[in-house]
Design a protein around this ligand. Sequence first.
Ligand SMILES: N[C@@H](CCC(=O)N[C@@H](CS)C(=O)NCC(=O)O)C(=O)O
Length: 226
Amino acid sequence: MIDLYTDSTPNGWKVSVLLEEIGMAYTTHHVDIMKGDQKEDWFIKICPNGRIPAIVDRDNEDLAIFESGAIMLYLARKSGKLIPTDEKGESRVTQWLMFQMSGIGPMMGQSNIFYRYFPEKLPSAIERYHNECRRLYEVLDRQLEGREFLCDEYSIADIANWCWIRIHFWGGTKVEGLSNLEAWLERLEKRPACQKGIAVPHAIDFKELAADLESKDSAVRSLVTK
Ligand SMILES: N[C@@H](CCC(=O)N[C@@H](CS)C(=O)NCC(=O)O)C(=O)O
């Protein structure tokens, strides 16, 4: 049994979608990042970085794992699903997973902050992250030319990238004109496991989040601008 510590964000979805896809039993623990649960001692013992997601594998001597990419690799290898076992195939999937971890995640994260959350609107910062996100989307669009998924078969690399890019509107970078990427986004959105996973621990209401940002004491704004 896996204990999953998460909240309703792209990094959290990566793990809940994966668990749904591989059909592994798990118990969800809501770490409310708006309330600061991720900074509490009990959670820091599981995740030294104080950020969601994290897991504890109760069937493996309570092994605690943090960093969404490391969790995905562990669960895919443990289940023997969504990552090839041959060296070349595994390397290809790992490359596109790392592309998400080091490019899509951090750049879209900064884009969200400067476009959506930051109290001052800094056009040059917004433009820099929009350009970089668009460049990364174009890389994915080229990779998806003539392919249904990023590698030969559906894998953790698709899940990791999709969980972020599905909310590209939040950071303000458009996917228009990238037809391979748009078709792939729709393809994943239709998967039942993807739909289930993005409702863990609860479905996110972007209208509510946008309304929260209007308030002077906005929890989300103070979280990302500290
Ligand atoms: N590199 C980490 C990033 C984790 C991360 O940034 N998590 C965010 C939610 S998507 C978080 O916990 N934010 C709360 C905070 O910054 O205190 C991973 O991929 O697991």
